[in-house]
Design a protein around this ligand. Structure first.
Ligand code: PRP
Ligand code: URA
Length: 209
């Protein structure tokens, strides 16, 4: 499925790892390792359009023209499950700063409730990468984007491993210019708001509870 504003990352390694994560037999220890690996692979695509500026350096032999990232990067994992994608991304962008947003989806209403926020006061200068493996109803993503927008974030990308069409629609209705990067657009939500076929509860599978 091709949707404007959504990049589905079809790289074979991403798809191979996604399938391992979907497999109910993959236990927490392995799930953590594979999610972390796939996050790094997804990051390449998600950062492809980052702006760079010129930078001249001196090699051991002569001057060389190079490039450097034009803006600081802020990674924002949504707790809990976003933590599972943070470490390897941080290894690839060690200079990044890290903010946190804690959200919990209420089981009966599927509303996302915010319980933690730790962000720089002004986000205008950052390339922000919002990280959450699951985009289901989109309530959590929109709540997170609202918090980023209160802090005047100007450039935000949403990286999620699995997205439901419902969640994509909801994010795009409120934030049409936020690019979404995902490894899969799944079929639909079930009546409890879980993605089908999905991979189950990402937080529980990561942390075992
Ligand atoms: C999961 C997931 C997303 C959210 C997606 O988190 O990690 O944040 O659900 O659902 P939505 O698109 O319908 O809002 P959950 O609220 O279960 O918290 P957890 O990560 O702490 O388990
Ligand atoms: N949150 C999850 O962890 N999985 C889903 O399928 C939906 C929301």
């Amino acid at each position: 499925m091709n949707l404007p504003g959504v990049t589905v990352i079809t790289h074979p390694l991403v798809q191979h790892n996604l399938t391992r994560l979907r497999d109910a037999r993959t236990e927490s220890q392995e799930f953590r390792r594979v999610l972390s690996e796939v996050a790094a692979l997804m990051l390449y695509e998600a950062t492809r359009a980052f702006e760079t500026g010129p930078l001249a350096v001196t090699t051991p032999l002569e001057r060389a023209r190079g490039r450097r990232l034009r803006r600081e990067v802020l990674l924002v994992p949504v707790l809990r499950a976003g933590l599972g994608m943070l470490d390897t991304i941080l290894q690839l962008i060690p200079s990044a700063r890290v903010g946190f947003i804690g959200l919990k989806r209420e089981e009966s209403t599927l509303e996302a409730h915010s319980y933690h926020k730790s962000l720089p006061p002004d986000l205008r200068r950052f390339e922000v990468i919002l990280i959450d493996p699951m985009l289901a109803t989109g309530g959590s993503a929109v709540a997170a984007l609202n918090l980023l927008s209160e802090r005047r974030a100007a450039r935000v990308r949403l990286v999620c491993l699995v997205a439901a069409p419902e969640g994509i629609r909801r994010v795009q209705k409120s934030y049409p210019t936020v690019p979404i990067f995902t490894a899969a657009i799944d079929r639909q939500l079930n009546d409890k708001g879980y993605i089908l076929p999905g991979l189950g509860d990402a937080g529980d599978r990561l942390f075992g509870v």
